[in-house]
Design a protein around this ligand. Structure first.
Ligand SMILES: Nc1nc2c(ncn2[C@@H]2O[C@H](COP(=O)(O)OP(=O)(O)OP(=O)(O)O)[C@@H](O)[C@H]2O)c(=O)[nH]1
Ligand SMILES: O=C(O)[C@H](O)COP(=O)(O)O
Length: 209
């Protein structure tokens, strides 16, 4: 089964708004860009057999995505993550993909074993890895548009509900690395502590070097 990996990405200048007041605008943009490039580099290195589509309205992100060998679906504007996911699913179907795995570009540390485990759930129509805050940090859909996308607060519960209402074969996987996306100051502080950095800023400086 041919699966497309989809990475939705805002322009870094508009990203990580929940870190406003904690990081400067430049630091937020640098963090978003670093996590984005870390994600593409990881996929190219550890899962090269999977084609990658970056869906974005940002020309700078489009250019960077192409440098990593990703395909790009250029949006006309920022219409939200759900519209980005739906546009990607339509594109994936038109290109003949049987499934798409949507990953946000802000997972602190991707793990090959977790992703291979998720991608190996044969026969499932929806495979979901929740975030610690009950968001959705990985969503595999087969076919790509098998259910409506409900990204936002508590989205893992909404996606499960949508799958159950449609009688879809649904699996939820609790995957520790995929559960950690970087959205809030608490996320940064928790990750810095886990890596024995004295402050979140120290950890950030290591990450963005
Ligand atoms: N193409 C596209 N990607 C989006 C959009 N909104 C969010 N994303 C991406 O979806 C993933 C999860 O995004 P969020 O955590 O909601 O947004 P964020 O920019 O990381 O953080 P906030 O600005 O604090 O919401 C990230 O890779 C975002 O760049 C959108 O409107 N269009
Ligand atoms: O989990 C989701 O629905 C999306 O990833 C956006 O949620 P977040 O802003 O909590 O990452």
């Amino acid at each position: 089964m041919q699966t497309l990996i989809v990475i939705p990405m805002k322009d870094p200048s508009q990203a990580k708004q929940r870190l406003e007041g904690y990081l400067s605008a430049d630091e937020r943009a640098e963090l978003a860009l670093t996590l984005f490039e870390q994600t593409l580099a990881f996929l190219g290195c550890h899962l090269p057999q999977y084609p990658v589509l970056v869906v974005t309205a940002s020309t700078s992100i489009s250019e960077r995505a192409q440098r990593y060998g990703a395909q790009v679906l250029q949006q006309s504007g920022n219409h939200g993550l759900n519209q980005a996911a739906a546009s990607a699913a339509q594109w994936a179907k038109e290109q003949g993909y049987q499934a798409q795995l949507l990953l946000p570009a802000d997972i602190a540390q991707l793990d090959k074993d977790e992703l291979q485990h998720l991608l190996s759930q044969a026969g499932c129509q929806v495979v979901l890895a929740p975030a610690h805050d009950l968001g959705t940090n990985a969503l595999l859909t087969s076919p790509p548009d098998v259910l409506p996308f409900c990204f936002g607060p508590g989205s893992s519960l909404l996606h499960r509900q949508q799958a159950e209402q449609r009688g879809l074969r649904f699996v939820q996987l609790e995957l520790p690395h995929l559960a950690e996306d970087l959205d809030t100051p608490a996320d940064l502080q928790q990750l810095a502590a886990a890596r024995h950095a004295s402050t979140a800023r120290e950890w950030l400086s290591c990450l963005t070097q």
